[in-house]
Design a binder for this molecule. Sequence first.
Ligand SMILES: [Mg+2]
Length: 386
Amino acid sequence: MNHIKKEGYTLKITDVKTHVLRCKIREPFGFSQGWYDTRAAMIFEIFTDQGIRGWGECWGPPEVASAIVNTVFKPLLIDEDPFDVDKIWEKLYNHTKAFGQKGMTVVAISGVDIALWDIMGKTLSLPIHKLLGGSFRNMVQAYATGLYFKKVKNPIAVLAEEAQEYVQQGFHAIKMKIGLSPEEDLERVRTVRKAIGDDVLLMVDANHAYNVHTAIKLGRELEEQKIFWFEEPVSPEDVRGYAEVTRSLNIPIAGGEAEFTRFGFRELLIHRSVDIIQPDLCITGGISEGKKIAILANTFGIPCIPHAWGTGIALAAALHFIASIPDCPSSANPIPPLLEMDQTSNPLRELLIKNKIKQKDGFVRVPTNPGLGVEVDEEVIKKYSV
Ligand SMILES: [Mg+2]
């Protein structure tokens, strides 16, 4: 905080660097929209005149986000004060609003914004959740995201084994992929439920594979399987279709990982399209926008349980954010604000952060180090940079 004590206050952004990371994975895996055989990440570094540096991450094709930041946003960021985070957000959004209210421009803003919060925390020697109004919890319950589609001889047996592994690792909540066909989905879900027993929370994610009719038909069959939430049953643009599914089923409907900014979430909330909203900080506009979306959802009585994907930078951002979200509604036995922990093969997630975020008995400790609290391994950046 030396610069604050000196002749007046000064902190300025001097440079922005983007890192496009990519690697092949050992075992390809599928979901309702395709197959992964590589993993990629878009990592940001923002530098200041006081030597404090922030890390950020965003989603989607990293080369596209990198191009937007380097050609459009960088000149708008130089000489700005990272503490003017709302002002900067509006500046970047308004500059690109005519062609970028949704999609990769907002994704690129997300990564910049996360890096600014990291700088603010490091400058004040405070963890980000302190700057967000404080932490409602020191420990956050985690859930394992896995159980994707695999090209193996006996996929059903492999699925049961994988689900049991997560329980053995300590998880009390698991999310699995559906969206192959209603018949195959039902077989998969019944298999997993049988393998993990009735006490483990089980969520299903169709990644918007279905129309309203099929989603409702499948959902009625799934009601017997004690499903904690049914994620992205229908296409993200179908705000009214979502509402129909939500009204028709006795399973909470979750969605929003493919939605952008408070303006996008406003529509989901007005139409009461979902029971749980799932903004992804690396997509929807960063920590600044995530906080506004969570507050907006709270005014509608809808819990916010963010989607999280990517490296430890994205995971740390989600963790601080979750820590700062009040229970909705406040209760002796509230809906747990879960942290999504991707369990699929991703060397970037495994290696990029030296002080890796780990679950124990299904819970993760909220970081107390300044900023995001992550130590980035720059050798890993070098190794996987494209
Ligand atoms: Mg999902």
